[in-house]
Write a protein that binds this ligand. Structure first.
Ligand code: PA5
Length: 427
């Protein structure tokens, strides 16, 4: 379903550099498959698509149906891996304007500590029947806990203790953490993030699936795509597009390309980019190593970052995610006055302009010394989304092991939390 196209990287590396990685790719993949690498107690995501049961999907769908029946809004309270995947999926499937068309609005909270943003949300919820989904693997993340407490108390004030309880859904570790304890004590409906699945690898658990289902996304189609990826991408050779992607980015990194620009031409793909950024950034950026992952929206960002990409320091490469043209066509109309001088495009679809832009950008960047990897992804639908989530998780695990780091920990994130807790007097 995904094709990794690397014909535009040869100016920066040669074929032998790529093929030299074959053995390391095999070893890295085996470390994941056999659970023999560092962080191997966090490999639950590896067989998650095939291991998720119909009963689990039924329970998520039932909760989503109830929320859609009794709520005009769902607030998803979480941060990092407990938020980005859900938002990515909802925007990818329903568009960036999804809240303007869907009768059930999906808001996100707990992903910052901004009083202004919290006020804005609380004001928005004033006359709205809503439910909340608190998502936290550890159950102790400050941003999430603060927002969850405020929203819980708002629910209690509005509906009373018992009715409020029916509007609180928790997604957390099945056994451990404060949130699990609170869930048991208060009797909230809850869903597990399996103990062996880390935050940024959890999008295909209830963490991502419950908000998706509330947004009306066919979660079975998402999981079917992920299952197909799990089967397809088990291939242990350079024919595996995940191998090729991991090999190309590692070879480019070894040849001085330290920054990866993850680009798409679909505005609704922006949050998949942010999810990808966390996945690769937190998995690889440690021990003084790691490609700096950043996501860009083209052609929008060509008008802000295009200059830097074309002529700035030559330390970057680009990964472009391409989809099949939209099924609904949109042609450029005739205008008899032609004051904007666009009549040479009359009856041409906007896609025609876009495709020419994409080709033009790739050529310009390659000519300017920015190697380009293209991921051809086919139709933009729920199956492809599930496939993509798994594809990137696998590529990331392989890539990080090739780099010699543990893909599943994030010791550096603790530094700011420790300072914050000390400042807050918690110790
Ligand atoms: O990948 C990770 O583990 C992190 O990004 C977490 O998802 C993020 O810090 C949120 O943590 P939690 O789900 O424990 O609240």
């Amino acid at each position: 379903m995904i094709k990794t196209e690397i014909s535009n990287i040869w100016g920066a590396i040669d074929f032998s550099a790529l093929m030299a990685a074959e053995e390391r790719l095999g070893q890295a993949h085996a470390m994941l498959a056999e659970g023999k690498g560092p962080g191997n107690d966090f490999l639950g995501w590896y067989h998650l698509p095939s291991g998720t049961t119909e009963a689990e999907l039924d329970a998520i769908s039932a909760a989503a149906r109830k929320i859609r029946m009794d709520s005009q809004a769902l607030v998803v309270v979480g941060i990092g891996g407990s938020y980005l995947g859900a938002r990515a999926a909802i925007e990818y499937m329903n568009g960036v304007l999804h809240n303007e068309s869907d009768p059930v609005k999906i808001y996100f909270a707990g992903n910052h500590l901004s009083t202004r943003a919290l006020h804005e949300l609380l004001d928005r919820l004033e006359h709205v029947d809503f439910s909340i989904n608190i998502v936290s693997k550890s159950g102790s993340t400050m941003e999430t806990a603060v927002a969850a407490r405020m929203l819980r108390q708002l629910l209690v004030r509005r509906y009373g203790m018992d009715k409020a309880r029916e509007r609180i859904y928790v997604t957390t570790d099945p056994e451990n953490g404060k949130l699990r304890k609170q869930t048991k004590e208060e009797g909230y409906e809850s869903f597990p993030i399996p103990s062996n699945v880390g935050g940024r690898y959890s999008v295909l658990t209830a963490c991502g699936l419950l908000p998706m289902a509330v947004a009306g996304i066919d979660i079975r189609a998402v999981m079917a795509g992920a299952r197909q990826a799990e089967a397809d991408l088990d291939v242990r050779s350079m024919e595996n597009p995940a191998w090729l992607y991991a090999a190309a980015r590692n070879a480019l990194y070894e040849h001085g390309k330290k920054i990866e620009l993850f680009c798409s031409y679909e505005p609704c793909f922006e949050y998949v980019g942010r999810w990808w950024q966390q996945l690769f950034g937190e998995s690889e950026g440690k021990d003084g190593k790691g490609i700096f992952p950043t996501c860009l929206q083209f052609t929008t960002d060509l008008h802000s970052m295009g200059q830097l990409i074309q002529q700035g320091e030559r330390t970057m490469f680009e990964t472009v995610v391409r989809f099949a043209p939209a099924s609904r066509n949109l042609n450029i109309d005739m205008d008899w006055k032609d004051l904007d001088e666009l009549n040479y495009l009359v009856n041409k679809p906007v896609t025609y302009v876009e495709e020419n832009a994409i080709e033009g950008v790739i050529q310009a960047h390659v000519d300017g010394g920015v190697p380009v990897i293209v991921l051809e992804c086919g139709e933009m639908n729920a199956r492809t989304l599930g496939y993509l989530f798994y594809f990137f998780q696998l590529s990331c695990g392989i890539s990080a092991y090739m780099l010699g780091v543990n893909p599943f920990n994030q010791p550096g994130v603790e530094a700011y939390k420790k300072n914050m807790m000390t400042n807050l007097g918690r110790g």
